[in-house]
Design a protein around this ligand. Structure first.
Ligand code: CA
Length: 392
């Protein structure tokens, strides 16, 4: 008798296990079930499926930029040339704040981006980007001023940055303002439509991300490459109307309008060239091909692009806990697309897109409030421009 046959004789037949073995199998099954249960999405991870829009302020005229003050109230720019204070959470809207510079309110131009000084509590400084009337037309400029204690007047106003080429154009001014973690100010610009050929000229501020100190000087750490104007951070941009910092890395993320197709998300890095108008995923509005294709040595690829275009404007990362499953997502307001894109990310890769509020309005800006809620501005003429908050 072989060892094998003896063993097989004494072993339980297949399918029937000893009580001890059955116990172990049961334990393994329970452990597997527990592991599966632990991997199930928590309620907080299941993305909110049916968000709604609740108006906070109505009666706005083409609102463009929203910024929260340290006390929880907010300031809003209206493109036709008003800056107003909003008392939160009831949404009481002030009369226009006085002391603005001369604006060129034309086409896409007027009063645009807004940023609050990181030390606002002690210095009350705010920053506004705007279309400034200039010899030769207009250009994007940045104004700094002190907001009076009663929030009614801008004092000690000073223009700290001027795009160094003006154009007769009502198009492509940029322009968002974002402070980086070193306390320097990013200013996004555009190609003015008629100055497309200057975007690849690094001596001009046309189609660039600009980075300046709070006084408007070139910021320390700018690339300052040969031939580059010292205020330039990155080049090769068409018209950047969305910008925000990544909440973990602190890196700048931007949204840029393409022509017909080719809207882009980029993470502009110092000294890099983002390709416009040499490479793009879009075509001209006429249907004509633009540039040389979609890729070229020495030019960066977008992180994400839209074709057809949605016309992306303001954007924000969501870091709060109010909306289940949205933490870490990037929200991008769209004008022509009339939607808010919720982008799910894996690091720097966009892995999925959900389109919220489609057809409801042209969404100009997206900002997270200090209450952990997302606020949206709609680009509608007065009195239909509205500040909404997203509700669960
Ligand atoms: Ca590009």
């Amino acid at each position: 008798m072989s060892t094998t046959s003896t063993a097989s004789k004494n072993s339980p037949s297949p399918g029937s296990h000893s009580p001890a073995k059955r116990g172990i199998i049961l334990l393994i099954a329970l452990a597997a079930a527990l592991a599966a249960w632990l991997m199930l999405p928590r309620a907080a991870d299941v993305p909110l499926t049916n968000p709604s829009l609740v108006p906070v302020v109505s009666g706005l005229d083409h609102p463009w930029g929203l910024a929260f003050l340290p006390d929880g109230n907010a300031l809003v720019t209206e493109r036709p040339g008003n800056l107003r204070h909003i008392t939160m959470p009831d949404g009481k809207l002030s009369e226009p704040i006085t002391g603005l510079p001369d604006l060129d309110v034309e086409g896409q131009g007027g009063l645009l981006g807004i940023a609050i000084d990181p030390d606002f509590t002690s210095n009350r400084l705010i920053y506004l980007s705007f279309a400034e009337p200039r010899d030769g037309g207009n250009s994007t400029s940045v104004f700094r001023a002190k907001l009076s204690a009663d929030n009614g007047i801008l004092e000690e106003g000073k223009i700290i940055f001027r795009q160094n080429v003006a154009a007769e154009s009502g198009h492509h001014f940029g322009s968002r303002l974002v402070f980086d973690r070193d306390g320097h100010l990013f200013v996004t610009t555009g190609d003015r439509n008629v100055l497309r050929d200057l975007v690849q000229d690094p001596s001009t501020h046309i189609g660039k991300v600009i980075r300046i100190t709070r006084d408007g000087a070139p910021a320390p750490g700018n690339p300052a490459l040969p031939g580059w104007a010292p205020e330039i951070w990155s080049m090769g941009h068409r018209n950047i109307q969305g910008a925000t910092l990544h909440p973990e890395t602190g890196a700048l993320w931007t949204a840029e309008h393409g022509a017909r197709g080719g809207d882009e998300i980029n993470t502009p890095e110092a000294g890099k060239n983002y390709g416009w108008p040499v490479i793009t995923y879009g075509r001209d509005y006429s249907g004509e091909k633009i540039g040389e294709g979609t890729a070229k040595e020495g030019m960066e690829q977008p992180l994400h692009y839209w074709d057809p275009s949605i016309a992306p404007s303001g954007m924000a990362f969501y870091t709060g806990d109010v909306y289940p499953g949205w933490k870490g997502n990037l929200f991008v307001g769209a004008l022509a697309g009339q939607l808010v894109a919720r982008l799910t990310l894996d690091g720097n890769k966009v892995v999925s897109e959900q389109r919220l509020f489609e057809g409801r309005a042209r969404f100009r800006d997206v900002v997270q409030g200090p209450d952990g809620k997302l606020y949206l501005l709609t680009d509608e003429p007065g009195p239909n421009g509205t500040l909404f908050v997203i509700s669960k």
